[in-house]
Design a protein around this ligand. Structure first.
Ligand code: 13P
Length: 269
């Protein structure tokens, strides 16, 4: 693969000084051979300007991290490596778990914590999510903290209350210095995998609720540094609308991140 060795750092959005982050959460899809092939295709399709527009991260299953790390490093591919979860303890008798420090050693930069599928299917509480976020930070990586309401909570007009308590659980006992580095992903549960994305204005409400909760503990300056992605049925037809909102700093993409065509179309939207 051709090496692109120039400076591919994402440039800050002039509207708010924050760097966009577009992430592909592959969930439990693609074996390590398919993963390598996808990353190679992505790097062929991305233009230099795409890497300037946003930092791009891919979050494969654990089994592909080492293969992709080697590919990214060997070919100097400016895509950031991400993971989908980790455990909060650093080592010990926790069969089946992976620690944050293990991920750090694999060159992982971003770790998703508190995805709604983890909260729903694996019983993760706000307290566990907060511990995981802290473990990720302690290993010099950045957590992408997922928050969002269910359809029932939305209908009961509890969206902002739910987001507030999910964010507070993570930021209330964290220093401002660490807090400003956080990335949040506002992912309404009803929009995930449903083909029904939120309206861009709903996403702005979600992002504002995240920043209001951060601001309560750390002030407005910190809240304005925190990045907030939107996730839930993002595709190439709706990506631009979300990215056009000054409050939204990127996207967390599920299904449409599994092919090079679909994910490239989102980044280039
Ligand atoms: P979809 O893009 O498939 O709706 O998934 C969103 C998501 O859960 C990303 O974390």
């Amino acid at each position: 693969m051709a090496s692109k060795s120039r400076d591919y750092a994402a440039k800050a959005n002039p509207r708010n000084g924050r760097c966009r982050l577009i992430s592909g959460n592959w969930k439990m899809n693609l074996n390590h051979l398919e993963a390598i092939s996808l990353v190679q295709k992505l790097h062929y399709s991305f233009r230099e300007s795409d890497y300037h527009f946003a930092e791009i991260s891919v979050h494969p299953p654990f089994t592909s991290l080492r293969s992709i790390q080697l590919l990214l490093e060997t070919d100097r591919v400016p895509i950031s490596l991400g993971a989908q979860d980790c455990y909060f303890e650093s080592s010990g008798a926790y069969t089946g778990e992976i620690s944050a420090s293990m991920l750090g050693k694999l060159g992982v930069r971003y770790v998703i914590v508190g995805h709604s599928e983890r909260r729903e299917l694996f019983g993760e509480t706000d307290e566990i999510v907060a511990k995981k976020a802290n473990a990720v930070i302690a290993s010099q990586m950045t957590p992408i903290v997922c928050v969002g309401e269910s359809m029932f909570q939305r209908e009961e007009k509890q969206t902002e209350t739910v987001i507030k308590s999910q964010v507070e659980a993570v930021v209330s006992s964290m220093s401002s210095e660490l807090c400003e580095e956080l990335v949040f992903a506002y992912e309404p549960k009803w929009a995930i995998g449903s083909g029904i994305p939120a309206e861009s204005q709903d996403a702005v409400v979600g992002a504002n609720a995240v920043r209001a909760a951060v601001s309560k503990y750390h002030g407005e300056m910190v809240a304005n540094k925190v990045r907030v992605q939107y996730g839930g049925s993002v595709n190439s037809a709706n990506a631009k609308e979300f990215l056009d909102q000054a409050e939204i700093d990127g996207l967390l993409v599920g299904g449409a991140s599994l092919t090079a065509e679909a994910f490239t179309a989102i980044v280039q939207a």
